[in-house]
Design a protein around this ligand. Structure first.
Ligand SMILES: Cc1cc2nc3c(=O)[nH]c(=O)nc-3n(C[C@H](O)[C@H](O)[C@H](O)COP(=O)(O)OP(=O)(O)OC[C@H]3O[C@@H](n4cnc5c(N)ncnc54)[C@H](O)[C@@H]3O)c2cc1C
Length: 288
């Protein structure tokens, strides 16, 4: 079918892409929304999936269900792997096949990648927390560690396996640390029979001198009080200098044995070629 209406391609059905598509719905344009997944992920609750609070399907919404069948917005599931501005087209790979789609206007809303603040090598031992797969992977990793901890007779190893480190004291870091604490206190302690003397640790590390740095002073102080009152160990004014498979090293040289650092940092823009780098690592989760 040919159309005289301008054709707009939107790459990404995340918050940005969906917002654009909704704004263009029922307008005299033809919209093609493309995403490598056929669902939208509600990222603010991703940490709940990673910490067993929610099931993956509770934060995933089928994109096709968002737009009526007769809407001017069509959806295509596929990975955009090339943008060719010279002939205004994108190449989309889907189910082993490649197709070219032309546009008059292109909106790139492919999201972001994790920022390791100059320590790209951290990715080797970290988990990315950017999408549902990441959330499920992190959740499985945490549960696996507790299974391993239940088997080991080596007390030092057991402590390392049950020390959960969150790096980054922004909103996502706080949420993640709080949810991990809940998971440990209300479920895992009981299920794995850890008593007070063998309690798992949740450690929150922040490089600056306060949590929630972008919030008003009163809220920063309140957040610190509340988090510490839960029993979460907060380390301020220290950055992480090294992440290995069985420990992290802080800027003062201190070593924290752990198998699950969760690195909750910032993100930088996703490359326009659409090849997102995976980021939250085996020992770190980078969110936000
Ligand atoms: C764990 C976590 C918690 C967060 N919590 C909050 C919060 O509480 N409040 C808040 O305001 N913000 C929060 N954010 C930030 C918020 O999620 C982002 O700001 C927002 O998602 C950015 O929207 P976006 O459309 O740019 O990208 P995204 O929402 O990431 O969407 C990008 C989409 O593009 C698709 N895509 C990427 N590349 C391609 C390609 N090559 N081909 C096809 N599809 C592609 C992806 O599959 C994805 O669906 C959080 C982020 C994370 C990770």
């Amino acid at each position: 079918m040919t159309s005289q209406r301008p054709r707009i391609i939107i790459i990404g059905a995340g918050f940005g892409g969906l917002h654009a598509a909704r704004a263009l719905e029922n307008k005299p344009v033809e919209v093609l929304l493309i995403d490598r997944r056929n669902y939208h992920t509600f990222t603010p609750l991703l940490y709940q999936v990673a910490t067993c609070g929610l099931e993956p399907e509770e934060i995933a919404y089928p994109v096709r269900g968002i737009f009526d069948g007769d809407s001017n917005v069509r959806f295509l599931m596929g990975e955009v792997n090339h943008i060719e501005p010279s002939d205004r087209s994108v190449t989309v790979r889907s189910s082993g096949q490649t197709r070219r789609e032309s546009y008059d206007y292109l909106i790139v809303a492919g999201g972001s990648v994790s920022n390791y603040f100059g320590h790209d090598e951290f990715a080797l031992h970290t988990f990315s927390l950017k999408d549902l797969d990441d959330g499920v992977t992190l959740r499985n990793h945490i549960l696996n560690l507790f299974e391993r901890a239940a088997w080991t007779d080596d007390e030092t190893k057991r402590q390392a396996l049950t020390t959960l480190v969150v790096v980054g004291g922004g909103p996502t870091g706080l949420e993640t640390a709080g949810a991990l604490h809940e998971l440990v206190t209300h479920a895992l302690n009981k299920e794995y029979g850890f008593d007070e003397s063998r309690k798992p640790r949740v450690v929150l590390i922040e490089a600056t001198d306060s949590l929630l740095r972008t919030f008003p002073d009163g809220l920063q102080a309140s957040a610190l009080r509340q988090v510490e009152s839960l029993g979460i160990e907060v380390i301020l004014n220290h950055s992480v200098d090294e992440v290995a498979s069985d420990h992290i090293r802080l800027s003062d040289g201190r070593i924290i044995p752990t198998s699950t650092p969760d690195l909750v940092g910032r993100c930088s823009g996703r490359a326009a070629d659409g090849h997102a780098r995976r980021a939250i690592g085996r020992r770190e989760a980078c969110a936000g």
